[in-house]
Design a protein around this ligand. Structure first.
Ligand code: AHR
Length: 309
């Protein structure tokens, strides 16, 4: 019933414009930038006054921003958390001020789930399983893998690794030979991949790169090329996000597969807030938006569709 409610109607029925504070992680990846744009676009389409705070990948900045939103008595708060832990105190402050909080994307670890209204996110563990299954099929379960991990302590890194490793544990001839964080950024992805290549006979001992997001994979692809190898062939490349640049890399044969992560989280977050502010008491605690796996077969068409080129 809640989602059947037209949200613009619901919001405009409030006495004044709805003010929503949004604490965003940062702009570490193309995916994250699309997500921020989507929230801003949706807010202006719905006449919502959006207070946007970029935390530059630091939880302390997020906590400060959320406290600011509470002090300004916003109608609702959206948090895209950097890391999972450390949220209970500030969420309790929001609850005491009766301001609903929607968690989007990465998770928060709290014992009391009444501290937030709902979480809208992909199942990151499932993403890890999906991409690992694809790779195991592609390599007949025999593969030396190097892993670029996301931000330490972030759900997207913890759970993607968990899902991937779960599948790998059923394949004795597949193993992760090197693993390091590259903080979800392209520049770190390139830097860490360069060190992996050096350590593994210039890359000749590496069958595949598993990157926790497309952005790091795109940096790594550059490093593989500079080392004189062909990404997508000499070293298979798998990741998560489905950003346009990565579809282009797949269409060019330089990357192999990704699981799409939908960046359009603004609409669903505003829908659920509108429903709540209009009295809906029956809101699910988790709204799942896990995406599909894409590979080279459809990459050119998908790229065209996503960029209208
Ligand atoms: O939390 C989701 C991850 O964060 C995305 O996969 C990545 O691109 C972003 O930095």
């Amino acid at each position: 019933a809640m989602l059947a409610l037209s949200s613009s109607l619901a919001l405009s029925s409030l006495a004044r414009a709805t003010t929503i504070g949004f604490s965003q992680v940062g702009s570490e990846s193309g995916w994250r930038s699309s997500f921020s744009e989507s929230v801003k676009r949706e807010a202006s389409a719905r006449n919502i006054e959006l207070k946007f705070a970029d935390a530059q990948q630091k939880q302390e900045n997020q906590i400060r921003a959320v406290r600011g939103f509470i002090a300004q008595r916003v109608d609702a708060i959206i948090i895209a958390p950097v890391v999972e832990t450390g949220w209970a105190p500030v969420l309790r402050e929001a609850k005491r001020a009766r301001i609903p909080v929607v968690i989007v994307d990465r998770n928060v670890q709290v014992n009391d789930d009444s501290l937030y209204l709902t979480r809208i996110a992909s199942d990151f563990t499932e993403e890890g399983r999906k991409i690992a299954n694809w790779l195991m099929q592609k390599t007949d379960g025999k593969c030396n893998i190097v892993e670029l991990q996301g931000t330490v302590g972030a759900t997207a890194a913890i759970d993607r690794a968990k899902g991937f490793n779960e599948v790998l544990s059923a394949h004795p001839n597949a193993k992760i030979i090197r693993s390091q964080t590259a903080e979800f950024t392209r520049s770190k992805g390139k830097e860490v991949m360069e060190s992996f290549l050096k350590a593994e006979q210039g890359g000749r001992n590496i069958c595949a790169l598993w990157a926790h997001n497309d952005e790091m994979a795109l940096g790594a692809i550059q490093a593989i090329k500079e080392a004189g190898l062909k990404p997508g062939q000499d070293i298979l490349v798998v990741a998560v996000d489905g950003v346009p640049d990565y579809f282009k890399a797949m269409a060019d044969g330089e990357a192999n597969a990704t699981v799409e992560l939908d960046p359009h989280l603004g609409g669903p977050a505003f829908d659920v807030i509108a429903a709540y502010l209009n009295g809906d008491k029956d809101i699910a605690k988790y709204i799942n938006n896990t995406g599909e796996l894409f590979s080279q077969d459809t990459a050119a068409a998908e790229y065209q569709q996503r960029t209208n080129k």
